[in-house]
Design a protein around this ligand. Structure first.
Ligand code: NAD
Ligand code: AKB
Length: 312
């Protein structure tokens, strides 16, 4: 029987650290090879194998996959929405070429499964804002969203044309305390917890009534693993599944934090990220993920806030 050997690319990022640790628990430490451009994250040290890898170097990636008999690849390396707007061509280049390198090697080496995340950023101002459906107008206006939408099309193409078993989720904004977020528009919802604990005040770069779809990291990790563990016959969406947990505004999260830290105050100074957020959904319809492979979220705003404040 073939043993699973997993390669995580971008393992030192906000999702990568927690996903790598979760995969190591499931598959055994030695069977999950973590890789990133950056130095190994503190929380990964001593938990399993680590290599330095630039995913843009296709030859090196290919050698690594062959040398380690890799059977599954999780590609998490990317430039996120806010950072992407500062250098759109670089964001396009990295987000696209990394995915094409992985898909092509997966095809050539008959890799069993590939995971690559998409985002709510695929939607734009012409998409329905409330309960945004799985299939609807998709006209992203950020370079990050454009690259995610193009990536979704490539994933479906490699699946339909070459049979590559690639799976994807449109993550909402993710909130976590183990590894810092990497330059997104939803990062305010992580920063606010740190500032609330350290200074009892926070200045939000989004306006008070900006609603965005959000999710607590334990739900996101579980969704990822459940999607990847599902029988292939259940996966009817080969672009990316809508995925939903909760939806709130800066005003609402501040009110929830105030229940735990009564002195906490928030002020608002919207910057360039406001425009990005204004083009994204307020909430998402993820009924397809629920129907196909049984997705069910666990954390709401109150439960997440209590856990974040306890663990930071
Ligand atoms: P992150 O920025 O925290 O982590 C990305 C990691 O990739 C970093 O550790 C970085 O060093 C690494 N990396 C960058 N370029 C690389 C390269 N050339 N070679 C190897 N490694 C490289 O991002 P994240 O939040 O962990 O996101 C992971 C994926 O999930 C991305 O595709 C992102 O678009 C997607 N996503 C994230 C969120 C979120 O809220 N965090 C929401 C939707 C989608
Ligand atoms: C970002 O804000 O760029 C990410 C995302 C929702 O894709 N968190």
């Amino acid at each position: 029987m073939k043993k699973d050997k997993i390669l995580v690319i971008g393992a030192c990022g906000q999702i990568g650290v927690e996903l790598t640790l979760a995969l190591r628990k499931m598959y055994g430490d030695a069977n999950v090879l973590a890789s990133d451009l950056r130095e190994e994250h503190e929380l990964l040290k001593g938990t399993g194998p680590y290599v330095s890898l630039d995913v843009m170097n296709k030859e090196m990636l290919h050698v690594l996959v062959i040398r380690h008999n890799i059977t599954q690849i999780y590609l998490l390396a990317a430039i996120l929405s806010a950072t992407g707007e500062k250098n759109p061509l670089l964001a396009w280049h990295i987000n696209m070429q990394s995915l094409l390198n992985v898909l092509d090697i997966a095809k050539e080496e008959n890799i069993d499964k590939v995971y690559w995340p998409s985002s709510i950023a695929v939607f734009g101002p012409n998409s329905p804002m409330m309960e945004t459906p799985q299939h609807t107008i998709i006209e992203p206006t950020t370079i990050y969203g454009i690259s995610k939408f193009a990536g979704e099309r490539w994933c479906e193409y490699y699946n339909h044309r070459y049979g590559v078993d690639v799976r994807s989720l449109r993550y909402p904004g993710l909130i976590s305390y183990k590894s810092a977020p990497g330059g997104g528009t939803t990062d305010y919802a992580v920063e606010i917890f740190h500032e609330a604990k350290e200074r009892q005040e926070y200045t939000s770069f989004l306006s008070e009534d900006t609603y965005l779809p959000m999710m607590y990291m334990p739900d996101a990790i579980r969704a990822t693993i459940e999607l990847m563990e599902a029988d292939a016959s259940k996966i009817t969406v080969r672009s990316a599944y809508n995925l939903s947990g909760m939806s709130f505004s800066p005003k609402e999260i501040a009110a929830e934090i105030k229940k735990h830290i009564p002195d906490f105050t928030i002020s608002y100074e919207p910057d360039y990220r406001q425009q990005i957020a204004d083009g994204w959904p307020n909430s998402m319809d993820d009924s397809r993920a629920r129907a196909d492979w049984g997705w069910k979220h666990e954390y709401d705003l109150a439960k997440m806030t209590a856990d974040m404040l306890q663990n930071i």
